[in-house]
Design a protein around this ligand. Structure first.
Ligand SMILES: NC(=O)c1ccc[n+]([C@@H]2O[C@H](COP(=O)([O-])OP(=O)(O)OC[C@H]3O[C@@H](n4cnc5c(N)ncnc54)[C@H](O)[C@@H]3O)[C@@H](O)[C@H]2O)c1
Length: 252
């Protein structure tokens, strides 16, 4: 049976949990060779074993996306092992400190922006260096519905995801000349550890679901499907775009 990403080399950051993990699994089912990355070494090794058991070639390389030397090592490892990079999915991110702007500090700002903005910038920088040489590739960043809407409970997260969308559009314009596409997927509430933390426990999830037109929280696999589409040749004329996966929330 034809597999959509047969032999393609796919890098996923933040792959040890949630949306990144579901994305790595989805690419492996479509024949991709995977470089998975994250900070949690134990979870990364477990996922690597899981992917191998499914018949995929998979390498786990630990990296904190806000540390440039670790990203350089990650890309070097990818090139040494597979010789190229066809697709990159930048899923690493944190929800950061919520609450009023009046309670935020230099530390809460720095933590959120280091993971979400500096992390995305450094990923783009080093992935584009490889892809511009190759003259091919597709990158999908993770934004959020909060990348285009305000939220008084999460000002730093909102600001950081607006920045991710700005980086996505600017990188897309730069990368056009190399035949490289850069897009973002912007999920609404998705059932991952991050949402559990934001909601403050599983008991609050029905309240979150009630605020979504579709009447339910999304699954990480549903975001992975959108990411695979954006990375695929079916989206060959799509670049600099933000695809919302929000059960209708962004239509409100
Ligand atoms: N779950 C949601 O409701 C939701 C909604 C919109 C957007 N998003 C975005 O989707 C992405 C994935 O979220 P998720 O729900 O899977 O979160 P998650 O917390 O379940 O998983 C995120 C992963 O990223 C890793 N990570 C965080 N900071 C990192 C860093 N500096 N370097 C390397 N790895 C790092 C974490 O260790 C974890 O493995 C994030 O960018 C998030 O902002 C999530």
């Amino acid at each position: 049976m034809h597999k959509q990403f047969e032999n393609q080399v796919v890098l996923v950051t933040g792959a040890t949990a949630g949306i990144g993990r579901a994305t790595a699994l989805a690419f492996s089912r479509e024949g991709a060779r995977l470089v998975i990355s994250g900070r949690n070494v134990e979870a990364g090794r477990r996922l690597q074993q899981e992917l191998k058991a499914l018949g995929a070639e998979a390498e786990f390389v630990p990296a904190d996306v806000s540390q440039e030397d670790q990203l350089v090592h990650l890309l070097e490892h990818c090139l040494k092992r597979f010789g190229r990079l066809d697709i990159a999915v930048n899923s690493a991110g944190i929800e950061g400190q919520g609450g009023s702007i009046m309670e935020q500090t230099v530390e809460t700002y720095t933590a959120t922006f280091n993971a979400n903005v500096l992390g995305t910038l450094l990923c783009l920088k080093h992935q584009l260096r490889v892809m511009s040489e190759q003259k091919s590739g597709a990158i999908v960043n993770l934004s959020s519905t909060m990348g285009s809407h305000g939220n008084p409970q999460a000002p730093l997260y909102v600001a950081s995801k607006h920045a991710v969308e700005g980086l996505t559009k600017s990188a897309a314009l730069e990368a056009c000349r190399y035949g490289v596409r850069v897009n973002a997927v912007a999920p609404g509430p998705i059932a991952t550890e991050m949402l559990d933390r934001i909601a403050g426990g599983a008991e609050n999830l029905p309240k979150v679901a009630a605020g979504i037109p579709a009447g339910r929280i999304g699954r990480p696999e549903e975001v992975a499907d959108a990411i695979l589409f954006m990375a695929s040749p079916r989206a060959s004329y799509v670049t600099g775009e933000i695809l919302h996966v929000s059960g209708g929330k962004t239509a409100m």
